[in-house]
Ligand binder design. Structure first.
Ligand code: NAP
Ligand code: F7E
Length: 343
């Protein structure tokens, strides 16, 4: 029997990759997308445009802040699996819209789990929650499933509520519900305001002489950057496991924002060195002295998470998951894409 998966956040980076991955496995996909005044389906247009795929792809308008809509979509589609990837996912923005972030990211998760319960789908529908390394905050390094949570942003706090709601509905109502605690993952479909894509796009624009320099915030933050395509595979593996549980998904290596910048410039043959301190620090072309990177305090967060590095041993052992793309390959893939796109 063809399996049906409901993906919320289908128009996002992960939603689009997961959709490609599950369709390849023969799933029928129900995709929840938001109404927008301009096109927001760029990442899934290749599915819309492929006539052979359209019968297996059913888009629904929806929003995680609207309980009746969530209930109706789940009731009418009766999915075997729900992947809750929709979220206000930008950490910095969550400081500006904390209430909305909580409504969508925290209560949105509760609304889906409640719908599963109210519709008596506990035995049929498995649930995946897009949890995040942000729930750890500044704590021990590396972080595993046993690390205490100390969230440092409205986004992280909302996601922690969603994390515990998922655990609670698993224990209280025996729903097959899991949290994937995913560390940063990127790729050519990454939103342009996240630091990785912001850097690869800016470096590509510099290469094509469309820009002279760009500005960043905290250059010293360290992140464990993996590839989105690798990470969506882990979501499916979690729902295929014998028992529902929560898993850290990470590469185990962390790099500074500076290192990301250096690697991106290396791809276009420029060696970057750093001069100055704090907000006066600049990234310069070692050969010519041209300033390519400056600091703009508007990108600083009121509370920052300094280093995230994950220990994915549990997922490696129990799910046989492992990352296939390293940091250098990830930056190269994004640079290649952005150089072509901007050309
Ligand atoms: P993304 O590119 O920002 O995509 C978010 C998706 O959610 C978009 O489709 C967006 O729709 C949709 N959305 C936002 N608010 C919504 C609402 N109120 N109702 C319905 N849909 C809504 O995020 P992503 O990188 O793919 O991440 C997927 C999920 O994993 C998110 O929950 C994120 O918090 C979590 N996560 C991401 C990472 C990472 O490194 N990427 C790591 C850990 C966890 P529009 O296209 O209309 O905006
Ligand atoms: O920032 C620093 C910034 O916005 C990474 C989301 O997918 O991953 C993502 O959240 C680091 C931070 O990602 C700029 O201060 C410096 O330390 O790319 P980011 P994030 O905040 O780690 C987690 C796991 C999620 O769950 C989220 O949904 O880079 N940084 N300069 C900057 N960040 C941005 N955005 N822009 C800058 O100019």
């Amino acid at each position: 029997m063809t399996k049906k998966a409901l993906i919320t956040g289908i128009t996002g980076q992960d939603g689009s990759h997961l959709c490609d991955f599950l369709m390849e496995k023969g799933y029928k996909i129900i995709g929840l997308k938001r109404r927008s005044s301009s096109f927001n389906t760029k990442r899934i247009d290749h599915i819309y445009n492929d006539i052979s795929q359209t019968k297996n792809f059913i888009p629904y308008y929806g929003d995680l802040t609207d309980s009746s809509n969530i209930l109706r979509v789940i009731q009418s589609t009766q999915p075997d699996e729900i992947y809750n990837l929709a979220a206000q996912s930008h950490v910095h923005t969550s400081f500006e819209i904390p209430e909305y972030s909580a409504n969508a990211d925290a209560l949105g998760t509760l609304r889906i789990l409640e719908a599963i319960r109210v519709l008596k789908l506990q035995k049929k529908t498995k649930f995946y929650q897009a949890s995040t390394s942000e729930i750890f905050g500044n704590t021990e390094i590396p972080q595993s499933e046993k690390t205490p949570f100390r969230p440092r942003s409205p986004y992280a706090i909302a996601k922690l509520y969603a994390y515990w709601t998922t655990v609670n509905y698993r224990e209280a109502y025996k729903i097959f519900a899991v949290n994937g605690i995913l560390f940063n993952h990127e790729g050519p479909r990454r939103g342009e305001t996240f630091v990785s894509r912001k850097v690869t796009r800016a470096v590509a624009e510099i290469y094509h002489k469309k820009r002279k320099f760009f500005t960043l915030g905290n250059l010293n933050a360290k992140r464990d950057w993996g590839s989105a395509k690798d990470y969506v595979r882990s979501m499916w593996l979690m729902l295929k496991a014998k028992k529902p549980s929560d898993y850290v998904i990470a590469t185990g290596k962390s790099y500074t924002v500076k290192k990301f910048v250096e690697e991106a410039f290396k791809y276009i043959g420029v060696k970057i060195s750093w001069k100055g301190k704090g907000i006066n620090e600049v990234g310069i072309d070692k050969k010519t002295g041209h300033i390519y990177v400056k600091v703009d305090p508007k990108y600083f967060r009121p509370t920052e998470v300094f280093e995230l590095r994950g220990d994915a041993s549990k997922a490696k052992k129990e799910l046989k998951w492992k990352p296939s793309t390293n940091f250098k390959e990830l930056v190269a893939e994004m640079m290649e894409h952005d150089l072509n796109e901007i050309k």
